[in-house]
Design a protein around this ligand. Structure first.
Ligand SMILES: Nc1nc2c(c(=O)[nH]1)N[C@H]1C(S)=C(S)[C@@H](COP(=O)(O)OP(=O)(O)OC[C@H]3O[C@@H](n4cnc5c(=O)[nH]c(N)nc54)[C@H](O)[C@@H]3O)O[C@H]1N2
Ligand SMILES: Nc1nc2c(c(=O)[nH]1)N[C@H]1C(S)=C(S)[C@@H](COP(=O)(O)OP(=O)(O)OC[C@H]3O[C@@H](n4cnc5c(=O)[nH]c(N)nc54)[C@H](O)[C@@H]3O)O[C@H]1N2
Ligand code: SF4
Ligand SMILES: [Mo]
Length: 874
C-alpha cells in the first residue's frame, strides 16, 4: 500500500488533518494539532465523494462544451468590455470560504488592484461578517484571540448559537473528552432549540430567539455588581463605563429565561475565571449580529479573560478557509492582510506592493446589496467561484432572477449542475479537493496544506490558475505570472510583513522566502508564527490593534423584538444537519451520509402541530412574504413553540420544494451586512396531496411529481413522492418513473384504498420498488433499502420485515450503517446501559463518534420508556 498524502478536510473550520490514500480511503491524521487522528462522519466519508459522477469535466459556453482558450478569452473579453463601457464597478466576483488562500489571494488582487473595483464579496458575508465587524470594533483588527486548547483548559465553556456536536464535531469531541478528564468542567448551551450539542450541557438556556444581547448585558451587569471587573486589565479597555451603563438598563426578562436560570448562569460566568465563550451562526446571522458579538466580547474584556490559557471569546469559523479568506481580504470592505480599504496609507502600501494600476478606493457591494444591484441592472459581468448563491442567499428566488438578468455570468465549480450553474453563460471546471494544492487557515489560525492525491479529471484546473489565466488575458501578464501556488503564498506572506508594519495582527512574513520544498512539506502552523515567548494567543497583555492600543468595550442594547405577526405567526430558524454539507454537491453523493436525514423537513412543536392540524410526517407548505417551501413535518419538542427549524441544505437538484433560501427575508445587520438567516416570519399552509409515495431504484430516475425529494442510498436512489392529482394506472406510472427496461415482478394495487405496492426486478435482483398510499407511506425504509440490488423476494411487497427479520430504521451511525430500530432493540433486549455498551454490541459510535449524542438520546428515551413500565434501570 502506497504512503498516504497528508492533507486537510475540505469541510468545516475545525480544519482536521487527513491522511488520504490513493485508493480513496481516508483516516484522521494523528499528527495534526486540530484533530489528533479524529474525523467526524463527514470527514470519514470523504472517500465516497471522490468519484467523477456529476463532475464538470470541460468548460462550457452557453451549455455547450468549449475549449479552455475559447472560454478564458470570452471571460476576459466580457469583463474588459464591461469595465470599458460601464466602469470597474459594473463587474463583480462572488467567492467563497472554500477557496484556498492562494485562489482567494489572486481573485482579490485581480478585482481590487487591477480591475479597480472592490466588488469582490464572498459567502463569508453570510457566515462570519458580524464576527469580523465585532472583532474590529473591539480589537481594531479581525483577530480570534484564542486557540483550541483553551476549550479543553476552560472550567466553563459557553456555546452560543452553536450546534457544535453537528457542525464542528471534532471540537465537540475534544470538549467532551476534556469534560471526562476534568469532571468539574461545566458546559452551557445558549440556543432556542434543544440540539444534539445539549447532550454535553450542564445547562441549556433556550432563550427567546434574538435575545443574546440582553443575555450578555445581564451577565455584564452581574459581573460589575459582584465586583468581578478586572480593574488592572480594564484600564486597557476604553468605553467600559458606557457599556456598563447600557447593560444596567437591560431587561433580562426578554430572554424568556426564569430568574433561577439567569442567576445560575450569571453566577457561573462571574465566578469562573477560566471561561471560553464559543459562538457561531446563532450569533452572527442576525440583524444585530455585530452587537451580539460585542455583547459577548464586553464580558471578556471587563474580566480580562482573554488571550490567556482557558479563557476568551471564540468565534468559530464555518468553512475550511473562512479564516484564510479574511486574511487575504476577501470581503468587499477589506483590502489584503487585514489592511483597510478606507485607510489611505494602507491603500498606498498595497498599491505600491502590487504595482497596481487601478487600486479600488472605496468599499464594494456586500453580498445582499450586490445581488440587489444586479437586479437593478448595475452589474454587467459576474464571476461566481466555489459557492451556490441561488440556494444559500436569502431571498434566493430574487437572487436567481438577478443572476439571470446579469448579461454575463461565469461560474467556476467542480460539479456540472447546481442551482447556480444552470444560470451561467460560461462554466469553468475547477479541480476539487484532493486534486489541488494550497493552504487553508482554520478557526484557531492554524495554516495547513491541502495536497493533491488524485489527478484532476477531464480538463479541470485549479482555481488560482483559472483566475490568473483570465487576468493575463486582460493584459496583466507579469502581476499574474504565477506558475504554482507556492509563488502566490510567498507574495501573500511578503505583503503580510508590510501590513504588520502598520500594526496589524496578521503576519506570516517569516514564510516570505519559503522554498518549494518547505512549502511541499509544510507542517500545520499557527500564526502569528511564534516569536520569543509567544504562546499563540492575542491580547492577554492588554495590547490591542486600535490606534491607542486599548481594547474597546462597545455599548450595545437589546433591539426590541417586533410583536408577533398574526399573518406570519412563526419564527423561521434555519441551519445545518449532521451529515450534509451546505448545498449537498458533495455529501449528496454519499449514501452513508444521505441516510441520516434523507428528506428536507421542518421541525415544529407538538402544540403548534396540533393547532395547525399537522400530524407527524405530513407534508406542509411553509410560506413567507418572500417565498415558499414544501417540507416533511418533524413534530418535536426540541423546538420551542412558535418556532420552526428548516435545514439549509436541500436544492432543486435534490427536491421539488425543499430549498428554503427563497423563503428567507434578506434583512441585514446594518454594520456587517450579514443577513438574518435565523429569523424570518413564516406561516404554515396546508399541502394536501391525494397520494404519497416512496420509491427505490438501482438507477437514477426522474422523480418529478408535485412533491419529490431524492436521496442517494445503498445500491441506488430513494425518493419520497406526493401528488395532488389521482393516478389512473400505477403500473404505467411505475414504468414511466423507472424506465421501460425493468420487469414488473409483483404488484398489489388497490384502487378503492388508493394504495399500490409494486416491485421490479432484473435478472432475479430487486431493481425498483414503489409504495403508494393516500396517507404518508408507512414502510420500513431502511429494511427495503437493504434489499435493493439483492436477490428478489416477493415478500418485500409487505414493505416491512417478517417477524424474524429486523427493520434497522433510519441510520443513526453512518459509519457502520446502524439504524435507530436496531439500536432500540439492542438496548432493550441486551440491557445496554451506556453508549460504550452500545458500541461494544453494535459498533455504533465507535468510529467517528459523531452519533454519540444521538445514541445517548435514544438510550435515554428507551430507558425512560422502560422506567415507566417499571423495569429496573441502572
Ligand atoms: N454538518 C455540517 N457542519 C457544518 C456545516 C454544514 O453545512 N454541515 N457548515 C459549516 C459552516 S460554513 C458553518 S458557518 C458552521 C455553522 O455552525 P453552527 O452555527 O453551529 O450551525 P447552525 O445550524 O447554522 O446554527 C447554530 C444554532 O444557532 C441557533 N440559533 C438560532 N437563532 C438563535 C438566536 O437568536 N440565538 C442563539 N443563541 N442561537 C440561535 C440555531 O437554533 C442553531 O442550532 O457549520 C460548519 N459545519
Ligand atoms: N438558510 C440558510 N442559508 C444559509 C445559511 C444558513 O444557516 N441558513 N448559512 C450560510 C453560510 S454560513 C454559508 S458558509 C453559506 C454556504 O453556502 P454555499 O457556499 O453556497 O454552499 P456550498 O454548497 O458549500 O457551495 C460551494 C460550491 O462550490 C463548489 N466547489 C467545491 N469545491 C470547489 C473548488 O475547489 N473550486 C470551485 N470553484 N468550486 C468548488 C461546490 O460544488 C458548490 O457548488 O450558506 C449560507 N446560507
Ligand atoms: S470536524 Fe469533521 S467536517 Fe470538520 S474538519 Fe474535522 S473531519 Fe472535517
Ligand atoms: Mo458558513
Amino acid at each position: 500500500m502506497s504512503a498516504p498524502v497528508k492533507t486537510t478536510c475540505p469541510y468545516c473550520g475545525v480544519g482536521c488533518g487527513v491522511l488520504a490514500y490513493p485508493d480513496g480511503r481516508v483516516k484522521g491524521d494523528p499528527d495534526h494539532p486540530a484533530n489528533k487522528g479524529r474525523l467526524c462522519s463527514k470527514g470519514s466519508a470523504l472517500g465516497e465523494t471522490l468519484d467523477t459522477e456529476g463532475r464538470l469535466l470541460a468548460p462550457q459556453i452557453g451549455g455547450q462544451p468549449a475549449g479552455w482558450d475559447a472560454a478564458l478569452d470570452l471571460v476576459a473579453q466580457q469583463f474588459r468590455e464591461a469595465v470599458e463601457n460601464y466602469g470597474p464597478d459594473s463587474v463583480a466576483f462572488y467567492g467563497s470560504g472554500q477557496l484556498l488562500t492562494e485562489d482567494y489571494y489572486v481573485a482579490n488582487k485581480l478585482m481590487k488592484g487591477f480591475i479597480g473595483s472592490a466588488n469582490m464579496d464572498t459567502n463569508s458575508r453570510l457566515c462570519m461578517a458580524s464576527s469580523v465587524a465585532g472583532h474590529k470594533r473591539a480589537f481594531g483588527t479581525d483577530t480570534v484571540p484564542g486557540i483550541y486548547e483553551d476549550l479543553e483548559l476552560a472550567d466553563l465553556v459557553v456555546l452560543v448559537g452553536s450546534n457544535l456536536a453537528w457542525c464542528h464535531p471534532v471540537l465537540y469531541q475534544r470538549i467532551a473528552a476534556a469534560k471526562v478528564s476534568r469532571p468539574h468542567m461545566r458546559v452551557v448551551v445558549v440556543d432556542p432549540r434543544r440540539t444534539a450539542t445539549c447532550d454535553l450541557a450542564d445547562q441549556h438556556l433556550a432563550i427567546v430567539p434574538g435575545t443574546d444581547v440582553a443575555l450578555f448585558n445581564t451577565v455584564l451587569s452581574h459581573i460589575s455588581r459582584h465586583g468581578a471587573v478586572d480593574v488592572a486589565f480594564s484600564s486597557r479597555v476604553s468605553g467600559l463605563k458606557k457599556a456598563l451603563l447600557a447593560a444596567f438598563e437591560e431587561d433580562p426578562k426578554v430572554t424568556g429565561l426564569s430568574d433561577v436560570e439567569m442567576a445560575t448562569f450569571c453566577e457561573a460566568f462571574t465566578k469562573t475565571e477560566k471561561v471560553v465563550t464559543v459562538y457561531s451562526q446563532g450569533v452572527n446571522q442576525a440583524c444585530d449580529g455585530t452587537d451580539k458579538v460585542n455583547a459577548i466580547l464586553n464580558c471578556h474584556l471587563a474580566t480580562g479573560r482573554i488571550g490567556r490559557p482557558g479563557m476568551g471569546p471564540f468565534s468559530i469559523t464555518g468553512q475550511p478557509n473562512a479564516m484564510g479568506g479574511r486574511e487575504v481580504g476577501g470581503l468587499s470592505n477589506m483590502l489584503a492582510c487585514h489592511l483597510d480599504l478606507d485607510v489611505s496609507k494602507h491603500r498606498a502600501a498595497v498599491e505600491t506592493f502590487w504595482q497596481a494600476p487601478n487600486l479600488a478606493q472605496t468599499a464594494g457591494f456586500k453580498a445582499v446589496d450586490l445581488f440587489e444591484a444586479m437586479a437593478d441592472g448595475q452589474i454587467r459581468a459576474l464571476w461566481i467561484m466555489s459557492t451556490n448563491p441561488a440556494v444559500s442567499m436569502p431571498e434566493a428566488d430574487r437572487v436567481r432572477l438577478a443572476i439571470k438578468k446579469c448579461p454575463f455570468v461565469v461560474v467556476s465549480d467542480v460539479v456540472a449542475r447546481t442551482d447556480t450553474s444552470v444560470l451561467a453563460d460560461v462554466l469553468l471546471p475547477a479541480a476539487a479537493w484532493g486534486e489541488k494544492e494550497g493552504t487553508v487557515t482554520n478557526s484557531d489560525r492554524t495554516i495547513s496544506r491541502q495536497r493533491a492525491f488524485l489527478p484532476a479529471p477531464g480538463e479541470a484546473r485549479p482555481d488560482w490558475q483559472i483566475i490568473c489565466d483570465v487576468a493575463k488575458r486582460m493584459g496583466w501578464i507579469e502581476a499574474f505570472g504565477f506558475t504554482s501556488p507556492v509563488e502566490i503564498f510567498r507574495e501573500h506572506a511578503t505583503l503580510s510583513g508590510i501590513a504588520a508594519e502598520f500594526g496589524r495582527d496578521f503576519d506570516i512574513s517569516a514564510a516570505r522566502d519559503i522554498s518549494d520544498h518547505d512549502y511541499e512539506t509544510w507542517e500545520p502552523r499557527r500564526w502569528p508564527f511564534k516569536r520569543e515567548g509567544g504562546d499563540g494567543r492575542f491580547f492577554g497583555n492588554g495590547q490591542f490593534f486600535t490606534p491607542n492600543g486599548l481594547g474597546r468595550a462597545v455599548s450595545v442594547r437589546q433591539k426590541p423584538l417586533a410583536p408577533r405577526d398574526q399573518a406570519y405567526p412563526f419564527i423561521l430558524n434555519t441551519g445545518r444537519v449532521r451529515d450534509h454539507w451546505h448545498t449537498m454537491t458533495r455529501t449528496g453523493k454519499s449514501a452513508r451520509l444521505s441516510g441520516h436525514m434523507a428528506e428536507p423537513f421542518v421541525e415544529i412543536h407538538p402544540n403548534d402541530a396540533k393547532d395547525e392540524g399537522v400530524a407527524p410526517a405530513d407534508l406542509v407548505k411553509l410560506e413567507t412574504t418572500d417565498g415558499t417551501a414544501i417540507l416533511r413535518a418533524r413534530v418535536t419538542d426540541c423546538i420551542p413553540q412558535g418556532n420552526l427549524f428548516v435545514p439549509m441544505h436541500w436544492t432543486a437538484q435534490w427536491s421539488s420544494d425543499g430549498r428554503v433560501g427563497g423563503a428567507i427575508h434578506a434583512s441585514v445587520d446594518p454594520i456587517s451586512g450579514q443577513p438574518a438567516l435565523k429569523f424570518s416570519r413564516a406561516r404554515l399552509m396546508s399541502f394536501q396531496p391525494v397520494w404519497y409515495g416512496f420509491a427505490l431504484s438501482t438507477q437514477v430516475f426522474d422523480p418529478s411529481t408535485d412533491y419529490w425529494a431524492l436521496a442517494k442510498c445503498k445500491s441506488g436512489y430513494s425518493a419520497e413522492l406526493a401528488g395532488l392529482q389521482g393516478v389512473e394506472d400505477w403500473s404505467i406510472f411505475a414504468r414511466e418513473l423507472f424506465g421501460q427496461g425493468e420487469k414488473m415482478e409483483s404488484q398489489v394495487i388497490s384502487p378503492e384504498r388508493g394504495s399500490a405496492r409494486i416491485l421490479l426486478s432484473q435478472h432475479g435482483v430487486l431493481t425498483g420498488a414503489l409504495f403508494v398510499s393516500p396517507r404518508p407511506v408507512e414502510v420500513a425504509r431502511g429494511f427495503l433499502i437493504n434489499h435493493l440490488g439483492q436477490p428478489f423476494n416477493s415478500n418485500l411487497l409487505a414493505g416491512r420485515p417478517a417477524v424474524d427479520q429486523p427493520d434497522p430504521g433510519a441510520a443513526v451511525c453512518s459509519c457502520f450503517n446502524v439504524g435507530a430500530n436496531t439500536i432500540r432493540t439492542a438496548i432493550e433486549s441486551k440491557g445496554l446501559r451506556n453508549v460504550d455498551e452500545i458500541g461494544a454490541a453494535l459498533q455504533a459510535g465507535t468510529n467517528c463518534g459523531s452519533c454519540r449524542p444521538e445514541l445517548r438520546s435514544l438510550l435515554r428515551s428507551v430507558l425512560h420508556e422502560s422506567a415507566q413500565l417499571n423495569v429496573a434501570v441502572e
